[in-house]
Design a protein around this ligand. Structure first.
Ligand code: XMP
Length: 517
């Protein structure tokens, strides 16, 4: 692999993704990694990420300088560039000049292996206080800016390069080419990491792990469980049974999407559990959001356990017990819970809305090394319909936490219709990329007076909550064009009888959460 050393900035994951976009497998390692540990991983290249603004700051992240002696090609970025400069005998100083945001850089000395052949003037994305004043001996200066005399350097002999700016962000003109030049030309790595190869590798690994045993998987209708299930099916066919719990809180068309489109395109053997009556029964009279979540989570486990018992009994009778459970855990979950490749400390609740901890299965996690966009690419390669692969996040408790007030069958029907209209219009307007997700919320306990047709109405408001976000931790409300909002409003009030008002939520997160409950 290529190792991306994480100095604690938010850029390291992005760098790892960009490396993979260049067709090269990457893994993240913490900055505390030792030269010995690096050597053991036999990386083909190392990329040092950005971090705090100064290598001289108290508490600045440390780095084992012996790593530079291993003969492995290195690319330093931002803070990583300064770490490199200091360790190799260059000079890093605080001149009081800071550069933040869009900056003009000038390529000098022909640009070397990473900037060669590129325009002499480039717009690059900077974020630093200190600057490299002098390149280490044997290194050539490859770019400068108005205030930074050494904005990039490199050594052909050592196969080490660095840039002060952030090539991984889209605001840097030729950023991706810098990464590609380093990976393909400096480090000489062939670009052969792609969806097809990942599938082939995973299929072999799953067959090896599973043998002739049987496997179950919980499908939620979301991207991760859909792709991990399809991948396991690709490997072991009908040794796999997928279970889909219909809790009655799904959006319009979702069950059909799974039962018909997904099954047709993948051939997965699916069992649907019809649990709407049970769920709605337990939700009757409940208005507290956390209470709803608890009930839905608990009932989900119960439904799953019930089929599981039946399936286990059946499998035992047939002589091949069920030994494995598929989980759609992604690489960011693994990294964020402190686990590297091969460690056990993972979030086991991922994607299935809380499976019990004591399920007596071994886990199959075919997406453990992958980012979301790679999971989508693999899903497309496996032929899963775009409506599932491109799906926006949807909470496990479903529409149950989008009805403010008690959840009833009628109210769910009302919300489902309104949600379907909003989704269709946003998609038709080409806003799916810009919008992270758009909860549509029914204020079931609020009524207002309206006039529809010739009569007075006393109906409920629907809230539109379109948000833009990178990771759902923070979000901003999306500036959806007025004409799109007007179409959604007209259609909902015309077509959904219980609704006489449509309102827009213009709150960022924080202070508002994305969901209303
Ligand atoms: P909030 O509302 O906390 O949501 O800003 C952040 C992200 O998490 C989703 N969400 C949930 N997902 N079970 C889930 O599986 C839940 O109980 C739940 N609550 C919120 C929400 O849709 C958003 O993407």
């Amino acid at each position: 692999p290529v190792l991306v050393v994480d100095f604690g900035a938010q850029y390291a994951q992005l760098i790892a993704r960009r490396v993979r976009e260049a067709g090269v497998y990457s893994e993240l390692v913490p900055h505390t990694v030792t030269a010995e540990e690096i050597r053991a991983k036999e990386p083909l290249g190392i990329v040092l990420s950005g971090g705090p603004s100064s290598v001289y700051e108290a508490g600045a992240p440390s780095f084992d300088d012996a790593i530079f002696e291993l003969g492995i090609p290195v690319l330093g970025i931002c803070y990583g560039f300064q770490v490199m400069a200091r360790a190799l005998g260059g000079e890093v100083g605080n001149t009081g000049d800071r550069e933040y945001g869009a900056t003009d850089a000038t390529v000098v000395g022909g640009g070397g292996a990473i900037l060669g052949g590129q325009p002499e003037q480039q717009n690059v994305w900077m974020s630093h206080g200190d600057a490299v004043q002098q390149a280490p001996e044997g290194f050539e200066v490859l770019a400068r800016t108005a205030v930074t005399p050494v904005a990039a350097f490199g050594s052909v002999e050592k196969r080490m390069y660095g840039v002060q700016w952030h090539p991984e962000v889209k605001h840097s003109d030729h950023g991706q080419r810098i990464l590609e030049n380093f990976l393909h030309h400096v480090a000489g790595i062939a670009p052969d990491w792609n969806a097809g190869n990942v599938i082939a590798e995973q299929v072999a690994a799953i067959r090896e792990q599973v043998g002739s045993a049987r496997v179950i998987s919980a499908l939620s209708g979301g991207v991760d469980s859909a792709v991990s299930t399809a991948l396991v099916h690709e490997a072991i066919g009908d040794q796999l049974t997928a279970v889909f719990v219909d809790h009655g809180l799904l959006r319009k068309g979702e069950r059909e999407q799974v039962e018909r489109d997904y099954v047709e395109s993948t051939g997965v053997h699916l069992i649907t559990v019809d649990a709407a009556d049970t769920f709605l029964g337990h939700l009757a009279g409940v208005t507290d959001p956390e209470e709803k979540r608890k009930i839905i989570g608990r009932e989900f486990i119960r439904s799953f356990e019930q089929v599981q018992r039946d399936l286990v009994a059946e499998a035992k009778a047939e002589g091949e017990p069920i030994k494995f459970l598929v989980q759609g855990t992604l690489y960011p979950d693994v990294v964020e819970s402190g686990g590297g490749a091969g460690t056990a400390n993972i979030k086991s609740h991922h994607n299935v809305g809380g499976l019990p901890d004591d399920l007596d299965f071994e886990l199959i996690e075919p997406l453990r090394t992958l980012f979301k966009d790679e999971v989508r690419a693999i899903g497309r390669e496996l032929g899963i319909p775009e409506a599932i692969v491109g799906r926006q996040p949807f909470p496990g408790p479903g529409l149950g936490i989008r009805i403010v007030g008690e959840v009833t069958r009628d109210r769910l029907e009302t919300l489902r219709e309104a949600d379907a209209i909003a989704r269709a219009e946003l998609t038709a307007a080409g806003l799916d990329q810009e919008i992270w997700q758009c909860p549509v919320v029914l204020l079931a306990d609020v009524r207002s007076v309206g006039v529809q047709g010739d009569g007075r109405t006393y109906g409920h408001p629907i809230v539109l909550r379109p948000v833009s976000s990178e990771d759902a931790m923070t979000a901003d409300w999306t500036r959806v064009p007025y004409d799109v909002l007007a179409r959604i409003s007209n259609k909902i009030t015309n077509q959904v009888p219980e609704v006489n008002r449509v309102v827009l939520d213009v709150t960022s997160k924080p202070p508002g959460t994305i969901e209303w409950e």
